[in-house]
Design a binder for this molecule. Structure first.
Ligand SMILES: Cc1cc2nc3c(=O)[nH]c(=O)nc-3n(C[C@H](O)[C@H](O)[C@H](O)COP(=O)(O)OP(=O)(O)OC[C@H]3O[C@@H](n4cnc5c(N)ncnc54)[C@H](O)[C@@H]3O)c2cc1C
Length: 415
């Protein structure tokens, strides 16, 4: 019997993990990206690897806070004025997802997708240089308000149901755990079993290296369309030329929407843009990732410096960056870490692939039996990536998926 083959479109964390799991399932894999490996959203995220991420962003109460965030030019949520009406359907969908019932469904699906992340990374990286880039460091969530960092009562119930270990800390305990922080934080939540990636870009490139050494072909090329015959995808159009494929997996992050549309599936995917600054030689470094739950950004110790990452900006996939957002992050760095040195700062922006129900799309295309989708992890792609890859490889190989994929079905928005 000949070796089965598959073509993965998009070399972010989801695409490279998918490639590795497909190889393990016995496939010859070609991984195609329009740019260099790992330079989409996977390049500059905060690197939080969170098996305990079970609290959705879209949760009851968010819409009481969201207008205030949007009206504050330094706030964590922005919709560009010219883009408001384009983003409106997504925003309306998000409003519908912020009920308690929907939030519970999302939470349970997040648990299924995130809880095995560290094990999945361990399987993929064991014995390679990538292994040392991930560690169980714990993550700290801080607030300047008393009794706030642990979130709402609903958030606490979600963590309890999922068995996520969470420790509430007071002012004194925060000082002891993270002396680098300014003494302004009155409450904190420690998630000791969560982890971090020391350099997400380096990790994705290392994973791609493992795949290449295992025989995967990794190529540059922009996929713009497909060739069909008899209910199957026979070819993909790469840089204007059609190439034959046996199976194709769309893992193109925030750019997946138009590719899905070409495959006849409508997904209301939006680019939810974020920004980071990375401070080389900051002078102060927390020992674990610290998320500011008031201003909604993460501070991550990386092997290239201290990274502050956050902002949810709706401006469209190709809009010019608004670098004022990174100036806000610099001010936040000074507020959180007294004495931080800002002499060497680099800045970055990237598009989170986000769907209005807060869950990714994962599964076979409703229209073509050999086309598959794996994208839409919004704020959690570094955590979900290795499990997304494992599950989609199982589906491509015709095996039963190891998690319930019903919540992620591609046709859930209608086709
Ligand atoms: C500021 C910020 C902080 C974040 N922090 C965290 C965090 O701490 N923890 C966490 O879990 N997640 C975090 N995330 C989210 C995470 O980064 C994303 O969910 C994840 O990187 C998405 O990975 P992906 O592989 O789906 O997409 P991407 O990494 O964007 O990769 C998609 C790839 O597809 C390629 N592509 C697109 N179109 C085509 C085409 N037509 N043909 C060929 N190739 C194509 C692109 O070039 C790109 O390389 C953060 C995101 C941001 C922006």
């Amino acid at each position: 019997m000949s070796t089965p083959s598959a073509t993965v479109v998009g070399a972010g964390v989801v695409g490279v993990c998918t490639t590795l799991w497909l190889q393990r399932a016995g496939f010859d894999v070609t991984l195609i990206d329009a740019g260099p490996v790992g330079e989409g959203a996977s390049f500059g995220n905060a690197g939080n690897i969170s098996p305990g991420a079970v609290v959705p962003y879209l949760i009851p109460g968010i819409w009481r806070e969201a207008p205030g965030w949007m009206l504050n030019p330094e706030g964590p949520l922005a919709v560009r004025p010219g883009y408001f009406f384009k983003a409106l359907p997504w925003l309306m969908g998000a409003v519908r997802s912020a009920t308690e019932e929907a939030a519970w469904r999302t939470s349970r699906a997040m648990h299924a997708l995130h809880s095995g992340t560290l094990d999945a990374y361990a399987t993929l990286t064991r014995g390679t240089e990538a292994e040392s880039l991930i560690e169980v460091s714990g993550q700290l969530y801080v607030s300047e308000k008393p009794n706030a960092a642990q979130g709402s009562e609903l958030a606490q119930r979600m963590r309890a149901e999922a068995g996520v270990k969470a420790v509430v800390l007071d002012w004194m305990e925060i000082r002891e755990l993270e002396p680098s922080l300014a003494p302004i934080f009155k409450s904190a939540l420690l998630l000791p079993n969560n982890g971090r990636c020391k350099n997400p870009h380096h990790l994705v490139k290392s994973l791609a290296g493992i795949a290449e050494r295992g025989g995967a072909q990794i190529r540059r090329g922009k996929v713009t369309g497909f060739d069909f015959d008899d209910g199957r995808v026979r070819g993909i159009v790469v840089d204007g030329k059609t190439e034959a494929v046996s199976n194709v997996i769309i893992a193109a992050g925030a750019a997946s929407k138009s590719l899905c549309a070409s495959l006849g599936t409508r997904v209301p995917l939006e680019a939810e843009r974020g920004y980071h600054i990375t401070i080389e030689d900051p002078g102060v470094t927390p020992r674990m990732p610290v998320t500011n739950t008031d201003a909604k950004f993460a501070c991550a110790p990386m092997n290239v410096g201290l990274r502050l990452a956050g902002t949810a900006e709706f401006a469209g996939l190709d809009a010019e960056p608004n670098w004022q957002r990174t100036e806000v992050l610099k001010r936040q760095a000074q507020r959180m870490f007294p004495g931080v040195k800002l002499d060497k700062v680099t800045r970055w922006t990237g598009n989170r692939p986000s769907l209005p129900d807060g869950l990714p799309v994962l599964g076979v295309s409703p229209n073509y039996a050999n086309a598959y989708f794996a994208f839409g992890n919004s704020h959690f792609g570094m955590s979900a990536g290795p499990v997304m890859g494992k599950v989609i490889a199982e589906i491509v190989a015709g095996r039963a998926p190891s998690i319930d994929v019903a919540p992620f079905r591609p046709a859930r928005f209608g086709t």
